[in-house]
Write a new protein. Sequence first.
Length: 91
Amino acid sequence: MKKPLDRLDDFRHKEEVINNTMHYSYLLITNQITFDELLDLSTIKGFGLIFDPEDPNLNEDEIIDTLLDHFIYLEEYEKCQDLIEIKKVKK
């Protein structure tokens, strides 16, 4: 059985992975980094994305909405504004 501190460390690690995944997805969807640049970084840090950038059926609105939910929760409103602007431009 895990000790409470071990479970807390597990939670913190999972939270860090989720935050990194959302951050890299944000950078990619806002064109602040290319997929190739992200792959180059991955050899140093590793990364995950909430979407497959090569998916021809990619629903960008769903991705943006997911990112918005995450960054609203974290109160990172500048990122939210960037994402909202992308949605406006698409219309």
